[in-house]
Design a protein around this ligand. Structure first.
Ligand SMILES: [Zn+2]
Length: 640
């Protein structure tokens, strides 16, 4: 491998990412805005922390049809978790709890998923096959998620090339985690079973910034349908990253797009540094076949220790194990990510697999952190016959956890001789990532025997195609032609108002700039005033746009009209106050000029603006600014 050394995030160039062979793809989960859940008739999108009952479950691995245990299943079993489900009778029925078979798929959800797959230019499947995807962390009580592939092999244009869409699936959402402490994990079940789509891109992104840009593009594309949920938790992303010689590693649960660049940068850095670590081990003659490590109980040697975490452990009757990693001297301190050392990878594993969640959960002889005394380390090293070429890692817990912990330290250290382990990782707040779980095997999908295949009729697709929004990139180009202000173009292209805007301009000849500003900027301002912009929908807003297009409403009336709708929910152009008569305008100007006398102006040149503001506010959209302005100027000139 090349000698490339990672630079700080801001200094990395496209050429640097090419040098390390950066590749990244996205898996985007987006909730759909439906009334019901996907496979039962419970309501979707009703969240509450209230619950009427709790159910306790234990996870147990079973042999697959091939007679093998799944790696993830075994890991979850090693953790010996108790899972608690909190259940609210309003949002969950016996289906979600695995007591009754599924109902037929929600047709509304399927329509939305098909439409989005069409937008992604996918090849559509003609028969939907429902599969079960294994979920062993307890977030789905049945241990699997029902999922179906709706389209494959799509593509979207990006920077003059295509980003490939591998597949688009329709599936059920999982539970919301409430807490995960020690051996007990608690979930809320209201979100369970809600429909969402999973969009999987090929690893076609070449820099961390591209990952974020493509995520943004996908987000805007699905939002342009107006039929997906928005807000916290409605869209969640996983991203996979690999570098040349590395392993495809998935980072789960990225909550926001702006966090993608730093996260994917750090994963690339971690993999690169783990590969360098492997090479360093190789130089020392440590390969998978020559790797040596063992552990021993050193509780008796540390009875008098002054190190607080160990004193607490001893007080609780815990066991202290020490692991010797032969030839690893200094390597627990090897940098993996910004401010993160290899010791963190080991600690993460111990935390997740042995459930030793109180930190620190290990201490190692390479560390510069003050922990054990020199003589304590010496006693441990003597017991394990460790030399200065070796590293010693200490772990503590009850007898079972301390043993699992020691074994896991050995497993993780041995993986360092191979390179980058297959695992899923979680996004951390500081832009780095931490271990989540061992990567599930490829055999985690199997057919669902409860539901028959479902045909997707050609007529259905044809009908959906007719209602499909124009792709956002086409809309954006068209809006630019119409001279829509730059800051309105992107939001308008993905807005639920886009079809109305297009109709207003085309059918009713509305002036595009004013119409775009009214549909994009005014709702924001109205929300800022605490008004209900949810009312800006349907016929009322359509009436405003039509009246504006047909010349019955001035551009200046758009703001008061939208404000009226967000207060009253309706709009009738016939009942809207008529344009101000000439006399009324003249009176308003005269009063405005008079008021000016009582005011102290810092800038006398602004007189015109001040009077204009007063007049327009008084006439509330019933006079055109272009008509009023010269009259104000004239009145001021006359006075002077
Ligand atoms: Zn239900």
């Amino acid at each position: 491998m090349s000698e490339f050394k990672f630079k700080p995030f801001a200094e990395m160039t496209e050429a640097d990412y090419a040098e390390i062979g950066f590749m990244s793809g996205l898996e985007i989960h987006q909730q759909l805005r439906t009334e019901k859940k996907l496979f039962c008739r419970c309501p979707a999108g009703c969240y509450s922390r209230e619950y009427d009952a709790e159910i306790l479950r234990h996870m147990r691995p079973t042999l697959s049809e091939l007679g093998e245990y799944d790696g993830t299943a075994l890991m979850e079993f090693k953790t010996k978790k108790e899972i608690i489900y909190q259940i609210n009778r309003e949002t969950v029925c016996t289906y979600e709890m695995d007591d009754t078979p599924p109902f037929f798929m929600d047709e509304e959800a399927l329509d939305i998923a098909l439409s989005i797959a069409l937008l992604y230019n996918c090849n559509m499947v003609d028969e939907l096959h429902i599969a079960r995807k294994q979920y062993l962390d307890g977030s789905i009580p049945t241990g699997f998620q029902r999922t179906t592939i709706v389209g494959v092999n799509g593509h979207i244009p990006y920077k003059g090339r295509d980003i490939r869409i591998v597949q688009l699936g329709l599936e059920e959402d999982a539970c919301r985690e409430v807490s995960d402490v020690g051996h007990r994990r608690t979930y809320l079940t209201d979100r369970l079973g809600m429909p969402l789509i999973e969009t999987v891109t090929a690893p076609d992104m070449r820099t961390p910034h591209e990952v974020a840009e493509v995520a943004q593009l996908c987000r805007r594309l699905v939002r342009s349908t107006g039929r997906v949920r928005t807000g916290i938790g409605a869209a969640r992303m996983d991203t996979n990253v690999s570098v040349r010689g590395g392993t495809r590693v998935e980072i789960k649960g990225v909550p926001r797009i702006p966090r993608l660049p730093l996260l994917t940068y750090h994963e690339a850095m971690r993999q690169w540094n783990l590969l360098r670590l492997r090479d360093e081990l190789g130089h020392r003659g440590i390969k998978p076949e020559t790797f040596k490590a063992e552990f021993a109980d050193v509780t008796a040697l540390l009875k008098e220790t002054g190190y607080t975490p160990l004193r607490d452990a001893l007080a609780r009757g815990f066991i202290i194990n020490a692991v010797v990693l032969r030839g690893f001297g200094g390597l627990l301190d090897w940098q993996t990510q910004t401010n993160t050392r290899f010791a963190q990878e080991v600690s993460d594993r111990v935390r997740v697999v042995a459930c030793l969640t109180t930190l620190p959960n290990i201490v190692n002889s390479d560390t510069t952190v003050e922990a054990l005394t020199t003589s304590e380390w010496q006693r441990i090293c003597d017991a394990l016959r460790a030399t200065k070429d070796d590293t010693v890692v200490v772990v503590w817990g009850d007898a079972a956890d301390a043993k699992t912990g020691a074994q896991e330290i050995i497993i993780r250290a041995k993986e360092a001789t191979i390179g980058v382990p297959s695992e899923t990782r979680q996004a951390l707040r500081d832009g780095t990532n931490g271990f989540e779980r061992i990567l599930p095997g490829p055999d985690r999908m199997y057919p669902d025997t409860d539901l028959p295949p479902k045909r997707v009729m050609r007529e259905r697709l044809t009908a959906l195609k007719l209602k499909l929004p124009k792709p956002i990139w086409e809309r954006e180009a068209a809006y630019r032609e119409l001279k829509v202000p730059e800051d309105c173009i992107k939001p308008l292209a993905m807005s639920r108002f886009a079809p109305l805007f297009e109709r207003a301009v085309k059918e009713w000849k509305a002036e595009p700039v004013a119409a775009a500003v009214a549909l994009i900027q005014y709702p924001k301002r109205l929300r800022g005033k605490g008004l209900d912009v949810g009312r800006l929908d349907g016929s009322a807003l359509e009436n405003v746009m039509r009246a504006f297009g047909e010349g019955k409403l001035l551009r200046e009336a758009l703001w008061p009209a939208l404000e009226f709708i967000s207060r009253k929910g309706t709009f009738d152009a016939g009942k809207w106050p008529p344009r101000a008569a000439v006399g009324e305008v003249t009176r308003a100007i005269k009063d405005g000029v008079k008021k000016l006398d009582g005011m102290k102006l810092h800038n006398p040149v602004r007189k015109g603006h001040v009077v204009m503001g007063m007049v327009m506010a008084r006439l509330r959209g019933r006079a055109a600014g272009a008509v009023v302005a010269p009259k104000v100027e004239a009145a001021l000139r006359e006075k002077a």
